[in-house]
Design a protein around this ligand. Structure first.
Ligand code: SAH
Length: 246
């Protein structure tokens, strides 16, 4: 009987993977994951045995991982970004707990979309920030918008994961309208598509124009707080250090 490693492999590019993540994938007998993620890493570990499942089959994916481990295989269950941030870590632990099996699970963290995206934009997360997913698959829309409103009122920088999908076209606009109750229309917003992956692109805009921005399922949206500014193409939330202007 071997271990299950729940591996966060970062935003996609090899250079963003931690040594621990690469070693876990290299030492695995089988790598299990969502088809789109497996496609991102397949070429990096061509000799590996992969088992992929489509989206929304998370429980099934974990059961496959557990069954493989019980066969004596070393398993890497992969998530993009950090495995513990909207990733597979929680559900994998739940599935093992529910099974009553004594299989060790190791959670391997990774560079999450918020930090990969922030690094492209400048330094927008230098002060307190809130991470909110606009996906209502697991959380009601009412609850999501309540959290958006509270984060806006608390003057947190706000990172929006899952900002848009085919079914959820207007959630981002709804969130922007709520935040506008507490923040200036000119509040800087950074948008990064496919951070740390091929064909990455980014733009800086303002809160009032967020609804017109090009946003999809591989986009992270970072909305500044009342202190955030854009200068020389960089989005920056100052932390409070005082220095003389040049
Ligand atoms: N575990 C992942 C998040 C999974 S939720 C992590 O820690 O990053 C999926 C959402 O993450 C996407 O809808 C998108 O908002 C964001 N995301 C994942 N990879 C991204 C990337 N390379 N660039 C921008 N956003 C990304």
């Amino acid at each position: 009987m071997k271990r299950i490693d729940v591996v966060g492999f970062g935003p996609g590019g090899y250079e963003y993977m931690t040594v621990q993540a690469v070693e876990a994938m290299k030492s695995a007998d089988v790598i299990v994951g969502y088809t789109t993620y497996i496609d991102l890493i397949r070429n990096l570990f061509p000799e590996k045995n992969f088992l992929d499942t489509p989206m929304t089959r998370e429980v099934e994916r974990c059961r496959i991982a557990l069954a493989e481990a019980m066969k004596g295989k070393q398993v890497a269950l992969v998530s993009s970004g950090d495995s513990g941030i909207y990733g597979m870590a929680g559900i994998m632990l739940q599935v093992v707990q529910a099974s009553g099996e004594d299989i060790p699970v190791r959670i391997i963290p990774g560079v999450t979309a918020a930090s990969a995206g922030a690094s492209v934009l400048g330094a927008p997360l230098m002060n307190d920030f809130a991470v909110i997913s606009l996906s209502d698959l697991m959380v009601s829309l009412e609850q999501i918008m309540k959290r958006v409103e509270c984060a806006a009122e608390g003057d947190f920088v706000i990172c929006l994961y899952n900002p848009k999908s085919r079914k959820r076209k207007d959630y981002l606009e709804k969130a922007a309208d709520l935040i506008l109750k507490f923040r200036k229309p000119e509040t800087p917003v950074g948008i990064v598509r496919r951070a740390g992956r091929e064909n990455s692109s980014w733009e800086l805009t303002a809160l009032k124009d967020l609804k017109h921005a090009e946003v999809d399922m591989f986009t992270i949206v970072i909305i500044g707080n009342s202190m955030t500014y854009i200068r020389d193409g960089k989005m920056l939330t100052p932390r409070g250090y005082v220095l003389e202007e040049v």
